[in-house]
Design a protein around this ligand. Structure first.
Ligand SMILES: [Zn+2]
Length: 254
């Protein structure tokens, strides 16, 4: 028995995934079953081949079931699994330079999607095997309490900007995980994790972008995903290109 990180009760703990299993499903090479993970250690990108997603003794069975409901929701709605989602893509457009694509979704269930995103952030922060900067106990407790009591935080609290990273229009850069990285952008602290083509950018500070388009998940169920071409993200190109021969091939594939 040990203390479950979510309910804080003394329970039999499961080997819980830090990054939900469904987010890996498209990532594994089939034979042998494996995927690539890139980490930044001492400013150097290091890649390793993993057979299994990282797990830790984190949650009791009851708390795992609780989180699995939100995972199922995200799987069906953001990832479009089984076509059972209720969220709808209502518009797609690109900027004048044809570099940034905007995918506008509506009808997300705010509560479930927000709890999913926050649970992903929380698991990254409490994980002992995946490194993230220390943002303090208060933030972890705020997230834990919200997830445990199923009381979603406000849209402006730890909002997540979702990017889909593409090698060409409509073609996502899939097949690996880039471990969490902290970036500073216009005085804002952003924690990013790239999982199989989707980059989740959590804003860890409260001064939010003042763009006209508010891309974050809104209470009315709107969410905007920004499609970015990897060629326009030099920092990301640098990180991935040295490490992965198979990726280099993909980048040259047109
Ligand atoms: Zn629990």
């Amino acid at each position: 028995m040990a203390i479950c990180k979510l309910c804080l009760k003394d329970r039999q703990l499961r080997q819980s995934h830090i990054i939900p299993e469904f987010m890996y499903s498209g990532i594994y090479d089939k034979n042998p079953k494996r995927f690539y993970e890139i980490r930044i250690d001492d400013n150097e990108a290091k890649s390793r081949i993993q057979q299994k997603g990282q797990r830790e003794n984190l949650l009791c069975g009851e708390c795992e079931s609780k989180l699995s409901l939100y995972e199922k929701y995200a799987d069906e709605n953001l990832y479009g699994k089984n076509q059972q989602g209720e969220a709808r893509l209502i518009n797609q457009s690109m900027d004048r330079e044809r570099k940034v694509f905007l995918y506008e979704f509506e009808a997300f269930d705010y509560d479930r999607m927000k709890l999913f995103l926050d649970s992903l952030l929380w698991r990254l922060l409490v994980s002992e095997t995946i490194y993230t900067p220390d943002y303090g106990e208060e933030i972890k407790e705020q997230l834990r309490n919200s997830i445990y009591t199923e009381t979603p935080l406000d849209p402006a609290e730890f909002p997540c900007l979702v990017h889909s990273i593409m090698t060409a229009p409509g073609k996502m850069l899939k097949g690996f995980i880039l471990s969490p990285l902290e970036r500073k952008y216009q005085n804002r602290t952003i924690l990013s994790v790239l999982i199989d083509g989707f980059e989740f950018n959590f804003y860890m500070t409260d001064n939010l972008p003042e763009d006209e388009i508010i891309p974050f998940l809104q209470r009315n169920g709107e969410l905007k995903v920004l499609g970015r071409l990897i060629y326009d993200m030099p920092e990301l190109v640098e990180i991935v290109k040295q490490r992965m021969d198979h990726l280099r091939e993909r980048l040259h594939e047109k």
